[in-house]
Design a protein. Structure first.
Length: 293
């Protein structure tokens, strides 16, 4: 009985010391250490199936380190000549660096000079553009003034008003003639002369409306240019002359409507609307007792 137990004990001891059947660990791979995200803890945890003691692992890592050191030393020895020639080639590098620095400074000055020229050119172009806009505005203003001058002269010719250049010398004479004409018109309700020898000229409402529209356009153009413009201020007397002439024509046209028969009311409304266009108060128009507007 005791011999059986002893025999069993020897067999158990021999089984524990026999490691020949275990897998032999492979050498550590260098590529495992070259990973960009290498993590020592993760690396060690991946070695749990190597059946290797910690001391053996340490020794293997030491051997790998020594092997890498020898390879680095051999690499240095093999390229020692190249290292020496590299040092010789670097001699005098300060002068080359200085040459490069001077070249860069010269280039920087050239760039700054070019930048200054571009800035000056940009400023010059901006000034020229401003001048161009100013000249264009002046040209447009000149065109408007010429248009105003042509239209006012044309309207004076259509209304048979004397040349505007003679208005200053003939204002009093014109006012006297206007008063006489007004007194003659007031002398008869039917539009004729007081002695009845002749009839007053018929005023065409269509032509009169056309003249008034031209006058209204002149006032609109004056407001667009600016009523305080020196040229327009010098034309105030001519505009007043045109307005008074249109008012006299409207007065004559209003008297003519009394003989229009069935069309009297329609013509009266047309005349009163023309009064409104030139800015006259229809309630103050003489010869119209009951305005129909």
């Amino acid at each position: 009985m005791d011999r059986f137990q002893f025999g069993d004990s020897d067999e158990s001891s021999d089984f524990d010391n026999d490691t020949s059947g275990l897998p032999f660990p492979e050498p550590l791979s260098r590529s495992a250490f070259l990973a960009p995200d290498f993590d020592p803890a993760a690396f060690l945890s991946s070695l749990r199936n190597r059946h290797q003691s910690l001391e053996d692992l340490r020794q293997e890592l030491r051997d790998l380190d020594q092997s890498l050191s020898r390879e680095l030393l051999d690499l240095v020895n093999e390229n020692y000549g190249d290292f020496l020639s590299l040092g010789s080639a670097l001699r005098g590098g300060d002068e080359k660096v200085e040459e490069v620095r001077v070249g860069l400074l010269s280039f920087k000055r050239d760039v700054q000079a070019m930048r200054d020229k571009l800035e000056a050119r940009r400023t010059e172009v901006e000034q020229l553009l401003k001048e161009k806009r100013r000249l264009r505005e002046n040209a447009n203003l000149g065109k408007l003034l010429l248009d105003f001058a042509d239209r006012i002269e044309e309207l004076e010719l259509r209304l048979m008003i004397r040349d505007a250049r003679n208005l200053q010398d003939t204002t009093d004479e014109f006012d006297t003639e206007s008063d006489l004409s007004g007194s003659e018109s007031d002398g008869s309700d039917d539009g004729g002369f007081p002695d009845g020898s002749a009839t007053a000229p018929v005023v065409s409402l269509k032509k009169l409306e056309h003249h008034i529209q031209k006058y209204v356009y002149l006032t609109t153009l004056s407001a667009r240019i600016g009523n305080d413009h020196p040229f327009l201020l010098s034309q105030k007397r001519r505009m007043a002359k045109i307005r008074s002439t249109l008012a006299l024509d409207l007065k004559a046209a209003l008297k003519q409507t009394k003989n229009a028969g069935k069309k009297r009311d329609a013509k009266e409304l047309t005349v009163l609307s023309l009064y409104n266009l030139i800015g006259e108060d229809v309630n103050s128009v003489s010869g119209l007792k009951n305005p129909r507007i």
